[in-house]
Design a protein around this ligand. Structure first.
Ligand SMILES: [Zn+2]
Length: 145
């Protein structure tokens, strides 16, 4: 971290506070005593490999949208929380590339705990269940599991 006033790399943190999804820090330059604020946000590089072989950048909002599509009445806060749970599992794989099907499985796993109807809605798309009998079987399965 460089001081914006004198470009010194010697700064100290006066205060740290969580700000939305980042960390806000008040800093003071040890050389020129100027004060400034920095925002820290974790980033990572992750590619998603789709079923058709296309590769795209991982997108947290897209992940959140899976939950919104499956549960149209979900609150933004809950969708974010569920998506973060999935993201945690994805990052634990410590790989720079992940199959979209693996993410789909993690999404299903969260939905199963959160909302059975949402789970079925997502499962019918994700597993491409178009046979009502199969869907019935799936419903039975989740209620007994
Ligand atoms: Zn300075």
């Amino acid at each position: 971290m460089f001081c914006p006033y004198c470009n010194s790399s010697q700064t100290k943190v006066l205060e740290s506070r969580i700000y939305e999804d980042s960390m806000r820090r008040r800093r003071e330059c040890i050389d020129c005593t100027s004060r400034f604020t920095t925002y820290e946000k974790a980033t990572f590089n992750l590619k998603v490999c789709k079923k058709d072989g296309k590769i795209e950048n991982y997108d947290f909002l897209k992940l959140m949208n899976c939950f919104v599509k499956a549960c149209p009445r979900i609150e933004e806060k809950s969708a974010k929380e569920l998506a973060l749970n999935v993201q945690k599992k994805v990052l634990l794989k410590k790989s720079s590339q992940i199959q979209s099907a693996v993410i789909g499985k993690f999404v299903l796993c969260e939905l199963k705990k959160f909302d059975k109807m949402g789970y079925l809605r997502f499962a019918s798309i994700y597993k491409q269940i178009d046979d009502p009998k199969l869907l019935e079987k799936e419903m039975e399965r989740i209620y007994w599991e």
